[in-house]
Design a protein around this ligand. Structure first.
Ligand code: ADP
Ligand code: MG
Length: 233
C-alpha cells in the first residue's frame, strides 16, 4: 500500500521537492526499510538529551532540504562520545554551515546512533524517460564515484534480479569477505533491493532515492544516509 504521508504533504505545501535526511529516513522506516536511529533536534539542549537517550557514541548532521552534500560543507560530525562533544559539534556545524548556505532552510540537526563500520554499499532509484523507475546497486565510496562499479535493473526488481545485481558488480568479492574481512549478508542486501523497488513502484510521487551509504554486516544491512526527491506537483 502506498504511503499516506504528512511528510510529503508538508514538503509540497512548502513548495519543495527535496526531503531532508530525517524526513527521508522516516518514510523509509514506515516502509520497513532498515535505517539507523535518527531524531531531529531543534536546539543544542535537545541534541544533548537525545544523544543521552540514544547512548553514545552518536553522530550529528545538518538537516536541511537545501544541503545535498552534508560532509563537504562541514555538516557531519561522527563518533561523539559525550555531552560536551555533542554540544561542541552542534555549534561547529552551525558556524560552518551558516556562511556557506546563508539562505538554506535549516530544520535542525539530526542526532543519530553511530553505526559500527560495515561494508559500504549504495542503492539508488531514478527514473529513466524510457524505462521508468530503475534501481542501481553498487559499493560505496570510491568504488562508485571513481570506478562506476554499479549494476542496474528496471522496477519491479525480483529476488532473482537482485541476486544478479549484487553478483555482477566487480567488487562482489569484497562482499563475500575479502582477506579475512567480515562478509556482507547477501540475503539482507537482496531484501533491501527488492524493498526499495517496491517502495518506488508503489509510490510514483517519488522521483529519486539515494541510500548512500548503507552499512552491510554479516547478518543485516542498514542505511545511514538517505535522500528522497519528490516529483513536482
Ligand atoms: P553526505 O551528505 O556527505 O553524503 P552522510 O550522511 O553520508 O553525508 O555522512 C558521511 C559519511 O559519514 C558516510 O558516508 C558514513 O561513512 C558516515 N556516517 C554517516 N552517518 C553515520 C552513522 N549514523 N553512523 C556511522 N557512520 C555514519
Ligand atoms: Mg551520504
Amino acid at each position: 500500500m502506498a504511503l499516506q504521508s504528512k511528510i510529503m504533504n508538508r514538503a509540497k505545501s512548502e513548495g519543495r521537492t527535496a526531503l531532508t535526511e530525517v524526513e527521508s529516513k522516516e518514510l523509509l522506516k514506515q516502509w520497513g526499510i532498515p535505517v539507523v536511529e535518527t531524531r531531529l533536534a531543534r536546539n543544542k539542549k535537545e541534541a544533548i538529551s537525545m544523544s543521552k537517550e540514544m547512548g553514545f557514541p552518536v553522530v550529528l548532521k545538518i538537516n536541511s532540504p537545501d544541503i545535498v552534500h552534508k560532509s563537504d560543507s562541514g555538516g557531519v560530525r561522527l563518533g561523539l562520545a559525550n555531552a560536551t562533544q555533542v554540544a561542541n559539534a552542534y555549534s561547529e556545524i552551525i558556524s560552518s554551515i551558516k556562511p556557506k548556505y546563508p539562505k538554506a532552510i535549516i530544520q535542525g540537526i539530526s542526532v543519530q546512533r553511530m553505526a559500527p563500520l560495515g561494508i559500504e554499499v549504495i542503492i539508488g532509484m531514478s527514473k529513466d524517460p524510457q524505462f521508468g523507475p530503475v534501481i542501481m546497486f553498487g559499493l560505496g565510496g570510491i568504488m562508485v564515484e571513481v570506478l562506476k562499479d554499479v549494476s542496474f535493473r528496471i522496477v519491479p526488481v525480483t529476488q532473482k534480479d537482485a541476486q544478479e545485481m549484487i553478483k555482477e558488480i566487480k567488487g562482489y568479492p569484497l562482499l563475500e569477505g575479502y582477506r579475512g574481512q567480515e562478509p556482507a549478508s547477501i540475503p539482507a542486501l537482496k531484501e533491501l533491493i527488492v524493498s526499495v523497488s517496491q517502495f518506488a513502484e508503489q509510490n510514483p510521487q517519488i522521483k529519486e532515492l539515494d541510500l548512500n551509504p548503507i552499512f552491510a554486516y554479516k547478518d543485516k544491512a542498514i542505511a545511514v544516509d538517505a535522500r528522497i526527491i519528490l516529483e513536482e506537483g
